[in-house]
Design a protein around this ligand. Structure first.
Ligand code: FAD
Length: 476
């Protein structure tokens, strides 16, 4: 029943009784779900790699309902698993044992949008893509975008501190989130839903919950600063022979495109094979060892095209890139972006996937892929690399026909030791969840982890919120 990822023993939480169900059904008429066919999909993660055995799925609509649920669960010592769109990739979004699943899916109201400041305030369960569509009608965009946008929710994005495709331009959620409303484990509502860009009155508590993966509180509402919709967007898909050339192209591009550069992403030829084979997406250019997706966003199309033209000419003349194509209209832009956005999906068709999300000094990121290939010497089906070059973030994925403990033992701790040697982070943007919690010490000193444990104990003394996740089983 327990997770394959070596979850610790079930902690001594209570189990749900018929009296508990009576309470939930009265509080949430028709929204306290025990039908196992419905609960099942919330017990399994997006990758289908982790499965819990919860029998209860709660769907509150208001902050007050979340507060009442948590107050009750805290009093009864019932464990709770907050869940957004369930697209998380580290096993944090589903229960490990029988934790009650608290889904924010019905908390999907937009509360306010200020057309002058660009500040959006909404409930945590709003789906990212719906927010993007809402804003586009008003000439704004969300400051983040990711391949899971059709399902992930803004509360889940904040809880995982999701990075994604626009971080290079608009920065992380630690900068764009202006306020949060959070329900604490004992049901207290922490109203830090400010809409101010500047506010230095004491500690900035909302930052604690950004990236806390549901272990410190349930985020119920978010206010976020949104940029204006760019008037001109171009996407370029380029091919190059070596990773060194790809980095030189990045340097050139930063210098020549400057303020209009909004994304610089890469994929290797193994990713291209996955896209061709599993999703039938054809390569838009000739075959190359590396591919680059560059996006520019600006306010003057002739100015942007001129800059882009000059950059491409220079990159070709310096033989940094060997082939390429440019898109200015929407459908082609989407088609080129899907070559990058749909790799995660293509991987799931290739077999069992071991996923690593590593941050490193940018000049090192591909060396990990080549070293891993060498280290595994044909034991894996495929070792692929892609990611956010602009942020020094590599997605290293290793596939095998089926789950393979011997292969896993060859990958870990090798991958973590390698990352630690170069002062990297073992989780750049996906978080730790269930799967990576015990590797935290490769990236954080024991004093920092002990302080995290202290914060958890203060905010959630009974440990009911998302147990077995984020923090290691043993504090050093
Ligand atoms: P869930 O998966 O439901 O939950 C994730 C974690 O947050 C869990 O620990 C959960 O307990 C907690 N949580 C959820 N909602 C709340 C809440 N309201 N309050 C407190 N805790 C909560 N990530 C990136 O950073 N960049 C990417 O580019 C990226 N691309 C992706 C592409 C694909 C195809 C997929 C499937 C995933 C991708 N991800 C990416 C992973 C990313 O973490 C999630 O997609 C997203 O941020 C999680 O949102 P969610 O609503 O699905 O949360």
């Amino acid at each position: 029943k327990s997770s394959p990822d070596a979850a610790p023993q079930r902690l001594p939480f209570s189990t749900v009784t018929s009296e508990d169900l009576d309470f939930f059904r009265k509080l949430l008429p028709g929204r306290a779900i025990t039908d196992q066919d419905v609960v099942e999909s919330s017990n399994v993660d997006w990758l289908k790699s982790v499965r819990g055995s919860s029998e209860v799925l709660l769907r509150p609509q208001t902050t007050d309902e979340v507060s009442q649920i948590l107050r009750y669960c805290n009093g009864r010592n019932l464990a709770v698993n907050p869940q957004g769109g369930n697209t998380g990739l580290v096993g944090g979004s589903v229960p490990v044992y029988d934790e009650i699943i608290l889904s924010t899916s019905l908390m999907n109201n937009i509360m306010n949008f200020d057309n002058i400041s660009g500040i959006l305030t909404c409930q945590a369960g709003c789906v990212l893509e719906n927010l993007s569509l809402y804003l586009e009608d008003r000439d704004y965009i969300m400051p983040l975008d990711l391949g899971a946008k059709g399902s992930c929710q803004i509360g889940g994005n904040v809880a995982t501190n999701a990075g994604g495709l626009r971080l290079l331009r608009y920065g992380s959620l630690h900068g764009t989130v202006l306020g949060l409303e959070v329900v604490l484990a004992d049901g207290r509502v922490l109203d830090c839903l400010a809409t101010l860009r500047k506010d230095n009155t004491g500690y900035d508590l909302k930052q604690l919950f950004i990236g806390s993966e549901g272990t410190l509180g349930v985020i119920t509402a978010v206010s976020i600063l949104c940029p204006r919709k760019p008037k001109s967007v171009n996407v370029v898909f380029l091919g190059c022979e070596t990773f060194e050339q790809l980095l030189k192209t990045f340097q050139l591009c930063r210098g020549m495109l400057g303020e209009i550069l909004s994304a610089y992403e890469f994929l290797d030829s193994e990713c291209m094979k996955l896209l061709n084979t599993h999703l039938k997406l054809p390569n838009p250019i000739s075959e190359c060892p590396f591919y680059i997706v560059i996006e520019t966003s600006g306010s003057d199309s002739s100015h942007d095209s001129q800059k882009l033209h000059n950059f491409l000419e220079e990159a070709m003349t310096a033989t940094l890139v060997t082939d390429g194509t440019v898109a200015t209209e929407d459908s082609k832009i989407k088609a080129l972006w899907s070559m990058r956005e749909r790799i995660t999906e293509a991987l799931t068709h290739d077999g069992f996937v071991y996923k690593y999300d590593i941050s490193l000094p940018v000049e090192r990121i591909y060396q990990l892929v080549t070293d891993m290939r060498e280290h595994l010497r044909g034991r894996a089906k495929r070792v692929v690399g892609y990611g956010h070059v602009g942020d020094g973030n590599l997605h290293l994925n290793i596939t095998s026909p089926a789950k393979d403990p011997a292969l896993l033992a060859a990958i870990e701790p090798f991958v973590y030791e390698w990352t630690s040697r170069f002062q990297g982070s073992i989780s750049a943007e996906h978080g730790l969840g269930l799967k990576k919690r015990n590797y935290i010490y490769y990236s954080k000193p024991s004093q920092a982890v002990a302080l995290m444990g202290g914060l958890k104990a203060m905010l959630d003394p009974n440990g009911i919120l998302n147990p077995y996740k984020t923090l290691p089983d043993k504090l050093k």
